[in-house]
Design a protein around this ligand. Structure first.
Ligand code: ATP
Length: 251
């Protein structure tokens, strides 16, 4: 059997009397897009917090690439290859799209951030930055535009390119479709699909169309518990899921 990239076992997180993560186990396999869905308050953000290292679990373990990271710091996990989008990247509004990505390349290359102003003049940073923008299909005509003048969709794609600059082995995608229009969501879905086979992805998303279009497997979370894991077809057909979630969402 192939070793999973991420393996969560028996994870528990309580907030007072409320169990936000209730003996949760799941894994993400190499190359897989694994979606995590569930109604509001199901515990998706709490789980992401424990995966990135911002929330300490009360019990259970998180294994990442064979390392026990249950209590590891955020930077230690990033160093091992955990990439998180879309809530952690800070875009520089006054800089161009290309300069922002060049800076991300520079940050991950270990150069000093003090000289960031020169990032957009250094071909050693610009060439990989252009390649990353190609990878996320960011239009060449918009690469010299200021980030301040960009749409929500453009900003999100840019953030994705910046997270990819770190060469992550696992991408935690925290509601990539949130705040996007219908056309932008479709483009983001296409972009994420094109990245398949690269980093494995754990996708937290309310947009069911995107989830069903992208996910190899889906885990349904309700009151902190995983009530089902399976392919899109299996999840659609699961009566417990329909009762707990999909019917309510009208999907
Ligand atoms: N810091 C905290 N202190 C107390 N309760 C919390 C805290 N963080 C989350 N909770 C509670 O834990 C439960 C799970 O919340 P969480 O935000 O993880 O759900 P979610 O699935 O991400 O919801 P949404 O889809 O609305 O983002 C909720 O009942 C929430 O009120």
């Amino acid at each position: 059997m192939v070793e999973p990239i991420l393996k969560v076992s028996g994870l528990v997180k309580r907030f007072g009397g409320l169990t936000a993560t209730d003996n949760l186990s799941l894994d993400v396999r190499p190359g897989e897009i694994h979606a995590l869905i569930g109604p509001n308050g199901a515990g998706k953000s709490t789980l992401i917090g424990q995966l990135v290292g911002e929330i300490t679990p009360d019990a259970g373990s998180v294994m990442f690439l064979g390392h026990d990271v249950t209590r590891a710091s955020v930077p230690a996990r990033v160093k091992l290859g955990l990439g998180r989008s879309f809530q952690i990247v800070q875009l520089l509004d006054e800089e161009t799209a290309l300069a922002n990505v060049a800076l991300a390349v520079q940050a991950h290359a270990g150069h000093s951030f003090r000289f960031w102003r020169r990032a957009d003049a250094d071909e050693r940073l610009l060439a990989p930055a252009r390649a990353l923008l190609d990878q996320v299909d960011f239009p060449p005509a918009r690469r010299a535009a200021r980030v301040a003048d960009m749409s929500a969709g453009e900003r999100k794609v840019l953030e994705l390119a910046m997270v990819l600059a770190g060469g992550p082995r696992l991408l935690l995608l925290d509601e990539p479709m949130a705040g996007l229009g219908a056309g932008e969501s479709i483009r983001m879905t296409d972009t994420l699909r094109a990245l398949k086979g690269g980093p494995a992805m754990l996708l937290v998303e309310h947009d069911m169309e995107a989830v069903f279009a992208l996910a190899d497997r889906i885990t349904v979370l309700v009151y902190g518990r995983a009530i089902a894991t399976g392919t899109a077809e299996e999840i659609r057909a699961n009566p417990a899921v329909q009762e707990a979630y999909l019917a309510e969402e009208g999907a």
